[in-house]
Ligand binder design. Structure first.
Ligand SMILES: [Zn+2]
Length: 246
């Protein structure tokens, strides 16, 4: 039996890729949109709001992951999805939000990788999330989207390669009014440009690594983006390949 992707000890069970409270909160009945790698075209809409993934074990799912859901809601997570009022996020909230976003992105990736394309995610990244925070070198940004606020989109993950070796990956998703970008290095000394197209930087707030000095942020900075506009800009971004340690 395959081992849990987070702890590497327990046996994988079939779990919700996206927590049920999110589906319920956003009143999602249709499901996720999966967009094609390259042109961003819609490949498939999952018509049931229960994307499952055989990744975590029961202990992780009912343990730290369950506690993380509670913590995320306590940190204002539900209001980020609802987007009906600005949300004040203190430094300790940002840690929780960043961890939740990356955990959720990796779960969605596992669930839909056969459709969106799989990127290389080192086991250490799953372990770091289980142990409390995104792995070293990860950059996470959040923005606000101008939309009906009920959709969930997992935009195609991007693999960053150098000389044929994976050196990092970038994932993006929207949930309700929340847009998130997660960029994680595989090579420890990977060098890359900031994973946000210049035209979009003013729309996003960097939340991981934690901004210094520790100050609260108010989300969203703007709400001018649509998911379509975001995806188009995202498609156009050109990546400077990371350079692995020599
Ligand atoms: Zn586990």
């Amino acid at each position: 039996m395959a081992k849990c992707m987070f702890c590497g000890i327990g046996t994988q069970t079939n779990e919700d890729a996206l927590p049920r409270w999110v589906w319920a909160y956003l009143d999602v009945r249709g499901g996720a949109e999966i967009r094609r790698q390259g042109d961003g075209g819609l490949v498939r809409r999952i018509d049931k709001p229960d994307v499952r993934v055989g990744g975590p074990c029961r202990d992780c799912n009912s343990g730290w992951m369950s506690r993380l859901e509670t913590a995320f809601q306590g940190a204002g997570g539900a209001r980020l999805l609802a987007g009906d009022a600005p949300v004040l996020l203190a430094s300790e909230d940002l840690r929780i939000v960043a961890r939740w976003l990356m955990k959720t992105a990796l779960m969605l990736h596992e669930a839909v990788a056969y459709q969106t394309g799989r990127v290389t995610v080192p086991g250490a990244h799953f372990a770091a999330l289980k142990d409390g925070a995104p792995p070293d070198g990860t950059q996470i940004y959040i923005g606000g989207v101008n939309a009906s606020g009920r959709d969930i989109n997992f935009l195609r993950p991007i693999q960053l390669d150098h000389a044929g070796n994976p050196v990092g990956y970038v994932m993006a998703m929207s949930m309700g009014y929340l847009l998130a970008i997660i960029a994680a290095p595989i090579a420890p000394t990977a060098i890359w440009s900031r994973p946000i197209p210049p035209s979009l930087r003013s729309h996003f707030e960097p939340i991981w690594p934690l901004p210094l000095p520790a100050t609260a942020i108010i989300w969203p900075r703007t709400r001018d983006l649509t998911v379509d506009g975001f995806d188009q800009a995202w498609s156009r971004v050109t990546w400077r390949g990371a350079v692995p340690a020599s």
